[in-house]
Ligand binder design. Structure first.
Ligand code: SF4
Length: 314
């Protein structure tokens, strides 16, 4: 299906000309050079799939229509999606019109929502597509699946267009953050981002069938050796938002992706540490917590980008 965008899209693409799309604030013209995310101003996709491995409120029915963008400004040394975020081995380039085509194809295949993974650095293309589709009566929820490293100015531009935010809260503890990330301000940025989203969007709304339609789901990957950071995060969330919020506690960390220079990340998560974090949520009365099988460190939740799982239209 060929689509021509016929309504004004507020020159979103202009945002690439002096890029401040993430807190790295490279201030470069991405038509001429690449910033820390390693992406130009041409939309680049690593994979498209009906994803059955997200939380049950997101992946149900035929699955979440998931679009994995290449590149990332945060560049975690332990990224579980390393093959697409930092060591990109394959990609395809798209215009906004072609992105719209992909989304419509996912809808045709029975996707229950449209899930943008690591969307920040391609936000202009994404929001153009979302605004166009919504103007044409498209009704599937749009999901922003992001790292927590989003500036308020970025979120202000997408808050009205995106329905569901799956946002990571990786580190609250500054020392832990400094030991595991290559940026120094993650905890402060993530706390502000989550606070902004919770104020403007509220916690996740899930219907009687267990399907999410809007709101915020906070994800936390419990890291090996950093149990105290996880405990601080749970306590912070409880104090700031109460026990009714939706939280996803992930145990899927696998050291095979960790940068060799970060030797303290070359280990697996202790079962007892994960259990302790879960116990804390129960003690505090959280009643909307997704947990993973502790054995999920075995890669079952990590999309395999080397296999030919993409569709023939991709
Ligand atoms: S999106 Fe990329 S180029 Fe833009 S500020 Fe972030 S890292 Fe820099």
């Amino acid at each position: 299906m060929k689509i021509k965008i016929i309504y004004p899209v507020e020159n979103m693409i202009e945002l690439y000309k002096k890029c401040q799309l993430c807190p790295i604030n490279c201030n470069i013209d991405r038509s001429l050079s690449k910033g820390r995310c390693q992406e130009s101003d041409v939309l680049s996709i690593a994979n498209v799939m009906l994803h059955n491995g997200e939380e049950p409120c997101i992946s149900y029915g035929n699955g979440s229509g998931t679009i994995f963008f290449t590149g990332c400004g945060l560049r975690c040394p332990f990224c579980q999606n390393m093959e697409i975020s930092q060591s990109v081995t394959r990609r395809k380039y798209y215009s906004t019109e072609q992105l719209i085509d992909v989304i419509l194809k996912l809808e045709e295949l029975g996707a229950v929502n449209i899930n943008f993974v690591t969307p920040d650095h391609f936000m202009p293309h994404i929001i153009e597509a979302v605004r166009y589709l919504k103007s044409q009566g498209f009704t599937l929820p749009f999901i922003y699946n992001c790292s927590g490293y989003q500036s308020i100015s970025h979120l202000e531009q997408v808050i009205d267009d995106i329905d569901i935010f799956l946002i990571d809260y990786k580190f609250a503890d500054k020392n832990a953050s400094d030991m595991c990330l290559k940026v120094t301000d993650y905890p402060a940025v993530a706390q502000k981002a989550i606070n902004f989203l919770m104020r403007n969007k509220g916690s996740l709304v899930v219907n009687e069938s267990g399907h999410a339609s809007c709101g915020v789901l906070i994800r936390h990957l419990v890291m090996p050796g950093f149990k105290e950071n996880s405990i601080e995060i749970i306590n912070d969330l409880f104090i700031d938002y109460g026990s009714g919020i939706y939280v996803s506690l992930m145990s899927q960390y696998t050291p095979r992706y960790a940068d060799k220079q970060y030797s303290h990340l070359q280990k697996t998560l202790a079962h007892s540490d994960y259990a302790e974090v879960i116990d804390l949520t129960q003690t505090l009365g959280f009643n909307n917590v997704y947990i993973q099988n502790i054995d999920s460190e075995n890669d079952q939740y990590i999309p395999e980008f080397n296999l030919k799982k993409m569709f023939d239209f991709w």
